[in-house]
Design a protein around this ligand. Structure first.
Ligand code: ARG
Length: 478
């Protein structure tokens, strides 16, 4: 599970005088500040399950190729199982002097099972180990995110069906443009999410490759069976170049770019929800359980959740920029800079999971105030294009029709009425092509229903897209 973290546990220093796992060539102990400054255990302990999973696969593979005996591998596997239980139970003492999650677990293994534990790191480096851990962790995170996206999409489809014929103003430049249906608007959000999901699926394929075997940077002389390790860990294949495998974090960048795009979409949706809940629009009501009040103004019901999602989008953009900048100056192969990949990545995933979870429940449960959305479409001359199209149908060239309708709008505006409220004689004075059937195209419902082509806003099209989306989502494994 990607969500749980043991990072609220206090960090103990390593037992007094404990030698570093890498300490052989050093003549003085690490400065206490440097020890804290370079340590990552405070945040990378979140990778403990993946670290143990990777170590267990490595140990099994070492036994398969004869580097370990079966009995040695068995001891290591059991020791690691016990450590996983200790950590899950909150009984593991994370030590800052042991630097990171990898060395904390390895040192504890040696404490528990003795010298056999010292053989686990054969043919491996923390460089390929950490790259493996992050890939395993991110793969699981992507799966969790995809499941939430699919759930949100299902909710949007249900809402679109419910509001397939509900008319509202469509906007360009935030000025009333033409009538659209609420369901059509929800399906626009659905499409954004569909592309976001596909970006994540593409990214997952590049995440799901095994780096173990690259060792520190050049590979290892042990006869490792990398394909076997990959199979044990559910990777689709193994990396082809050891220098690249330990050093690049482009998969994390790619993920964060997809995440930033997804947040951009959620932020746009948030912005509309916020506008629509205002007294000036009054298009929708959000469920009370997603809103908060004001300590001074009794009438307030604030859309905090969409506001926060809009605000959190900036964090994810920031993480993308951090990761891009983290990589840009690094010579091959591994550099300690890469330790800085984790916090942005973890926070990106947490932000996405939280935002999606909120939207997946909040949006499908919103209530549309259909009387207000309809009333709003009769303001702002939303059917002006329909009148022009009507005239075209009666032989007027579109440019001329556009001009004539512009004059009709001016007359209506002067009188403070909608186009549909102008008497027939006035409309006929503007163009003799107007007949008494003109009023059918001047209603918002008629206008929306007329846009009955693939991708159009007509209720019939919305229901067609709803059916297609349901079929698509039914084929999703999440
Ligand atoms: N904590 C390190 C990281 O997150 C693990 C790899 C360290 N490798 C090294 N050679 N110092 O990247």
């Amino acid at each position: 599970m990607t969500q749980d973290s043991a990072r609220d546990k206090p960090q103990a220093p390593a037992p007094e005088g404990e030698a570093k796992l890498w300490g052989g060539r050093f003549s003085e102990p690490t400065d206490a500040f440097v020890e804290r400054f370079t340590a990552s255990v405070e945040f990378d302990q979140r990778l403990y399950r993946e670290d143990i999973q990777g170590s267990q696969a490595h140990a099994r593979m070492l036994a398969k190729v004869g580097v370990l005996t079966d009995a040695e591998a068995e001891q290591i596997l059991q020791g690691l199982d016990a450590i996983r239980d200790e950590i899950a139970a909150g009984e593991f003492e994370w030590q800052i002097g042991r630097e990171d999650v990898h060395m904390n677990i390895e040192a504890r293994l040696i404490e528990r099972i003795g010298d056999v534990g010292k053989k686990l790191h054969t043919g491996r480096s923390r460089n390929d180990q950490v790259a493996t851990d992050i890939r395993l962790w991110l793969r699981a995170a992507i799966d969790d995110i995809l499941a939430l996206i699919r759930g949100y999409q299902r909710g949007l489809v249900d809402l679109a069906e419910r509001e397939a014929a509900t008319v509202m103003p469509g906007f360009t430049h935030l000025q009333t443009a033409q009538p659209v249906t609420f369901g059509h608007h929800m399906l626009a959000w659905y499409e954004m999410l569909e592309r976001d999901a596909r970006r994540l699926v593409d990214c997952r394929a590049r995440v799901n490759v095994l780096p173990l075997g690259a060792a520190a940077l050049a590979g290892t002389p042990y006869p490792l069976d990398r394909e076997y390790t990959a199979e044990l860990l559910g990777f689709d294949g193994v990396t082809r170049n050891s220098l690249d495998a330990v050093s690049d974090r482009d998969f994390a960048i790619e993920f964060t770019a997809a995440a930033a795009t997804l947040m951009m979409h959620l932020s746009r949706q948030a912005e509309e929800l916020i506008l629509w809940t205002s007294a000036q629009f009054a298009f929708i009501d959000l469920p009370d359980r997603y809103c908060t009040g004001s300590s001074i103004m009794p009438q307030k019901k604030n859309p905090d959740v969409p506001e926060l999602v809009r605000g959190k989008t900036g964090r994810v953009y920031g993480h993308l920029m951090s990761l891009l900048t983290l990589m840009k100056g690094q010579p091959l192969a591994y550099n300690k800079d890469n330790q800085e990949d984790k916090e942005p990545l973890f926070d990106t995933v947490d932000t996405l999971l939280g935002s999606l979870r909120a939207f997946a429940d909040m949006v499908p449960n919103l209530e549309v105030r259909a009387e207000n959305t309809l009333a709003a479409t009769t303001k702002g001359f939303a059917t002006a294009t329909d009148l022009a199209d009507y005239l075209v149908g009666r032989g007027v060239a579109f440019r001329d029709a556009h001009e004539v309708v512009g004059r009709a709008v001016r007359v209506a505006q002067e009188r403070g009425v909608d186009l549909a409220e102008l008497p027939l004689s006035d409309l006929q004075a503007i163009s003799e092509a107007v007949g008494d059937d003109v009023y059918t195209v001047l209603t918002p419902e008629g206008s929306a229903a007329a846009r009955n082509l693939t991708g159009g806003t007509a209720p019939e099209q919305v229901l067609r897209q709803v059916a297609a989306a349901r079929e698509h989502l039914a084929g999703m494994l999440d």
